[in-house]
Design a protein around this ligand. Structure first.
Ligand code: ATP
Length: 259
C-alpha cells in the first residue's frame, strides 16, 4: 500500500450512547487524500455525533481513530486542532462585531514581536490584516476590506470567512457541518466554489449536507450514514440521487461498498 492509499482520517467501530439512545453504533469512516467526502443521512442518523467524535468535541465509548495510519485519541477539540483538523460548525462561530482579520485569527491572535508582544500581549493588527488579506485572496474570497466588521457582510461572505479560517489553520483536513444550510442560491455557490478550491489546494474536506444536488455536484465520494453507522460509500458518477436516498431511508439495501 502506498502512502497515498492510507486514509488521511480513518475510524473503526465508533460507538456512542447518550443514556439509552445509541447515537453511533460500530461506525466506520474513511477520508482519502485530496477528496471532498460528503456525509449524508436522515435526521437522527448520527451524522453530527460522528463529526463531533472526529473533531474531538465528543469522546466515543468505543472505537479507534487513525490519522495517516497512526492511532490518535482526541479528548477535546483542541487535541484535534493540534493535529490539523479544523471544523466549521453549523452555528457560525464568528464574532459579528469584530473585523474580518480579527475573526480569522480568533483565539490564535498574532502578537507583536519582542517583549511588547510576549510580556504585554499586544496584538499585531498589521500582521493579522496582511495575513488575512493573503489568505482570502489565495482562496479567491472577494472582500474589499478586512477591517470591515463581520456583521456588515452578507451571509455567504460570513460563511466564507469561517471556511477560510478553517482552511488557513487546517493543515490536514477540514470538516464542515451544513455550510450552506442558511444560504441562498448565489451565496451557496460562493461557498461551494470555495470548498472546491480548498480541495484543489490539497486539503481534504468532510462535508455534512442534506442538500443532495449540492452533494452530487461537489463530492468525490458519498458516505451514507444510517441508524448510527456507515451503511455505504458511493461515488456520484456510479450512483443516482434516488439510490442514495433509498439507502439513506432503508428503502434499499446497500449493494456493498462500491469504493
Ligand atoms: N447530547 C445528546 N444527548 C442525548 N441524545 C443525543 C445527543 N446528541 C445526539 N443525541 C441523539 O442521538 C441520535 C443521533 O443524533 P445526531 O445529532 O448525531 O444525528 P444527525 O444525523 O446529525 O441528525 P440531524 O440531521 O437531525 O442533525 C439522535 O437520536 C439524537 O437525539
Amino acid at each position: 500500500m502506498s502512502d497515498d492509499d492510507v486514509p488521511v482520517l480513518e475510524a473503526r467501530g465508533l460507538s456512542k450512547s447518550y443514556g439509552h439512545v445509541r447515537a453511533m453504533v460500530d461506525a466506520d469512516f474513511d477520508l482519502r487524500a485530496g477528496e471532498v467526502l460528503a456525509v449524508v443521512g436522515d435526521n437522527g442518523a448520527g451524522k453530527s455525533t460522528l463529526i463531533k467524535v472526529l473533531s474531538g468535541a465528543v469522546v466515543p465509548d468505543a472505537g479507534e481513530i487513525r490519522m495517516n495510519g497512526e492511532p490518535v485519541a482526541f479528548r477535546s477539540p483542541l487535541d484535534a486542532r493540534e493535529r490539523g483538523i479544523e471544523t466549521v460548525y453549523q452555528d457560525l462561530a464568528v464574532a459579528p462585531a469584530l473585523d474580518i482579520a480579527a475573526n480569522l485569527f480568533l483565539g490564535r491572535e498574532l502578537r507583536r514581536p519582542g517583549v511588547v508582544g510576549r510580556l504585554f500581549r499586544v496584538l499585531d493588527g498589521g500582521a493579522m490584516r496582511a495575513e488575512a488579506r493573503r489568505q482570502l485572496e489565495s482562496l479567491g474570497v472577494r472582500i474589499p476590506d478586512v477591517r470591515q466588521p463581520v456583521e456588515t457582510l452578507s451571509g455567504g461572505q460570513r460563511q466564507s470567512v469561517a471556511v477560510a479560517r478553517a482552511a488557513a489553520f487546517g493543515t490536514r483536513l477540514v470538516i464542515m457541518d451544513e455550510p450552506t444550510a442558511a444560504l441562498g442560491v448565489r451565496e451557496s455557490r460562493m461557498v461551494l466554489d470555495l470548498i472546491r478550491r480548498i480541495r484543489d489546494r490539497g486539503l481534504p474536506v468532510v462535508l455534512i449536507s442534506h442538500n443532495m444536488p449540492q452533494v452530487f455536484e461537489i463530492a468525490d465520494r458519498i458516505h451514507i450514514h444510517r441508524l448510527g453507522r456507515r451503511a455505504a460509500v458511493v461515488t456520484p458518477g456510479a450512483s443516482s440521487m434516488r439510490e442514495v436516498v433509498e439507502i439513506m431511508t432503508g428503502a434499499a439495501a446497500p449493494a456493498g461498498e462500491s469504493t
